[in-house]
Design a protein around this ligand. Structure first.
Ligand code: PGA
Length: 241
């Protein structure tokens, strides 16, 4: 895995945004995989600025997001659909029909997951997948546990993730305890992966992912199996490496 250690969050976001710009300039109809969470917000803000400045054109881009709570209405301001609209999609010239996010309103979530993988495959696979990492080493909603699932699937959330994310909901009871997530195969099948890690509270997860063996206790450690991963960290996240 290639590692880039940046002075701070702003620099990390710049490096990530530049990678995405390079990808799209080389292949204007790229298929991009996007993540939610606080980590990529700075990168998305820069992409919005670069789009307005004519440095990146989203008109031919197709996107697939990693995950979504289940069940959740798109109109819920904590849905990842809402997040992506607010933080990126409504601010750039992407075509709405080219945006794919697992549907938290699906009546048959298992069928939704199968269709999601089929669509990624039919379009030729993801060219560049952007990832964050959970404090517990999760990627997407692939949580640490005894086993990991390869394909896009419905999953329960661990207590660590519920604790981390429930603060954004009015109360813990209103937070969905399940999610739809791309699985490890779906993620590792991307041609290139860039994972962003910032803050001291991610230092342990970064160390485990980069310096330990491959294990289901750290879903992110499976990225060691991929031949084109760029890890972009700020100094705090890199402090234990
Ligand atoms: P965060 O979430 O960017 O809000 O820290 C990342 C994740 O849980 O994957």
């Amino acid at each position: 895995m290639k590692k880039t250690i940046c002075k701070n969050y702003e620099k990390m976001s710049e490096v990530a945004a530049d990678l995405i710009v390079r990808q799209v300039n080389l292949k204007p109809n790229s298929i991009l995989g996007f993540a939610t969470g606080s980590t990529p917000v700075g990168t998305y803000k820069l992409l919005e600025e670069y789009n307005k400045a004519g440095k990146i054109d989203f008109s031919e881009i197709t996107t697939f997001n990693l995950d979504e709570y289940y069940p959740i209405f798109r109109s819920n301001d904590q849905s990842y659909y809402y997040f992506m609209q607010k933080n990126l999609f409504s601010n750039v010239n992407i075509k709405p029909e080219n945006i794919n996010i697992p549907n938290g309103e699906a009546s048959d979530p298992d069928a939704e997951c199968v269709a999601y993988d089929e669509k990624i495959k039919a379009l030729g696979g993801i060219d560049l997948q952007v990832l964050g990492i959970g404090r517990n080493g999760h990627i997407g909603f692939n949580e640490p546990g005894d086993e990991l699932i390869a394909q896009t699937h419905v999953t329960g959330l661990t207590q660590s993730t519920i604790d981390a994310n429930s603060v954004f909901f009015p109360n813990v009871d209103s937070m969905p305890k399940r999610a739809l997530t791309m699985g490890l195969y779906s993620i590792l099948n991307a041609k290139k992966i860039v994972i962003l890690i910032n803050g001291a509270n991610k230092a342990q997860a970064a160390k485990r992912m980069l310096c330990g063996g491959i294990g289901t206790d750290s879903p992110a450690s499976f990225l060691q199996l991929h031949s084109d991963v760029t890890v972009i960290l700020d100094e705090e996240a890199a402090s234990l490496i």
